[in-house]
Design a protein around this ligand. Structure first.
Ligand SMILES: Cc1cc2nc3c(=O)[nH]c(=O)nc-3n(C[C@H](O)[C@H](O)[C@H](O)COP(=O)(O)OP(=O)(O)OC[C@H]3O[C@@H](n4cnc5c(N)ncnc54)[C@H](O)[C@@H]3O)c2cc1C
Length: 336
């Protein structure tokens, strides 16, 4: 029997599988996507063919007419058996992780028999994870959001930038996200929330910059052109400061090198101005503080003052957020 090795096996090329594959490939992970139908779906949504083409361009492998018929997992990975439907040919895949994006009747979820979004090395995404009523018209965006969340976390773990504990935050953060509660605060080990700050939701028109909520939009000007703070988010960790954040920028460079990750620094200065003088108050960081924003645009941590050991503080913060064991060294060249 033909046997293949992959880092991530994605079962299903609906919106969840397509989005996850595209976001993974964009982060340098080349998943294998299997879809039992001969094409994306009978009624493909706009993103599916486009997203799958993009995922392929970035290195994803796609097999149509191929059904996942069984799987088992152990502590090191997942072994799945596939059948090529037109010929009946069987093949086997060994993967570090598997994503069940196989829709609302998900046989994978049935086989796992769990009511969480994760069982060991298998993650549920999109309709396989929860059924969203068609009338609510939120299933598509939920499937894409699952894919983005899984992709940045899996890529960080597979690139040795984060410990496997980061993956626990997928269930913690995605399961409570009922579609009508999109302003719900994220609570997991991948955000550092002050225990004395119990807010669960906030008015999206009055964002506070508190950890667990989406980083606020603040209009800025860069090189004379209008930009938004949110333009800086979506790929890497971002450390955002006011005009007196120099010490944090030096600390971020130092810590990023030590941890083998990318931390982009964005600070007010001659090249980036804040005409309405809103950034510092919107992010609650004071002039000498800093806000650390995750790759998905969620505030992970903030301080409203300068500290004596900025590098030490930032390293402790990122080590916790990334579920890194402090003594584990990062292989050179893993940052992207
Ligand atoms: C009638 C209807 C109307 C809807 N209208 C809207 C709307 O207007 N707006 C909105 O946001 N949402 C809408 N939704 C919901 C939305 O379509 C879904 O929530 C979303 O597309 C889920 O995508 P998915 O990738 O999780 O699942 P699916 O799109 O179901 O994809 C699952 C894929 O997995 C494949 N698969 C299954 N088992 C296997 C296997 N063993 N091996 C290989 N492949 C497998 C399937 O062939 C399929 O391609 C609607 C749903 C329905 C039913």
């Amino acid at each position: 029997m033909d046997s293949t090795r992959t880092q991530v096996l994605v079962a299903g090329a609906g919106l969840a599988g397509t989005a996850t594959s595209m976001f993974l490939a964009d982060r340098g992970i080349e998943p294998l996507v299997v879809e039992r139908n001969p094409e994306t779906s009978l009624r493909p949504k706009a993103l599916e063919p486009i997203g799958l083409d993009r995922a392929r361009e970035l290195g994803a492998h796609v097999r149509f007419d191929t059904e996942l018929v069984s799987f088992e997992q152990d502590t090191l990975g997942v072994t799945a058996r596939l059948v090529h439907r037109p010929t009946g040919t069987l093949s086997q895949v060994r993967a570090d992780y598997m994503i069940a994006a196989d829709g609302h009747r998900s046989p994978i979820r049935e086989r796992l028999g769990v009511d969480t979004f994760r069982s060991g090395r298998v993650f549920l995404a999109g309709d396989a994870a929860r059924v969203t009523p068609p009338t609510g018209e939120l299933g598509d965006s939920t499937a894409i959001a699952d894919g983005f969340d899984l992709a940045w976390k899996l890529a960080a773990v597979l690139r040795n930038q984060a410990g496997p504990g980061l993956l626990d935050s997928y269930d913690a953060e995605r399961r409570p996200v009922a579609p009508e509660l999109r302003n719900l605060r994220l609570r997991s080990a991948a955000v550092l929330i002050d225990d004395e700050d119990p807010a669960l939701t906030e008015d999206p028109h009055r964002p506070s910059g508190r950890p667990g909520f989406r980083a606020p939009h603040v209009p800025l000007r860069q090189g004379g052109k209008p930009v938004s703070t949110v333009d800086f988010f979506g790929r890497d960790w971002v450390l955002l400061t006011g005009t007196e954040g120099g010490v944090w920028h030096e600390a971020a460079k130092h810590v990023a090198d030590r941890l083998g990750i990318v931390v982009r620094t964005v600070g007010l200065g001659p090249g980036l101005t804040d005409p309405d003088d809103r950034l510092v108050s919107a992010y609650g960081i004071g002039h000498g503080g800093a806000s650390l924003v995750r790759p998905d645009g969620v505030v992970a941590w903030r301080t409203d003052f300068e500290v004596a050991d900025a590098a030490g503080t930032l390293q402790t913060v990122l080590t916790r957020l990334l579920a890194r064991v402090p003594s584990v060294a990062v292989p050179a060249g893993t940052a992207r």
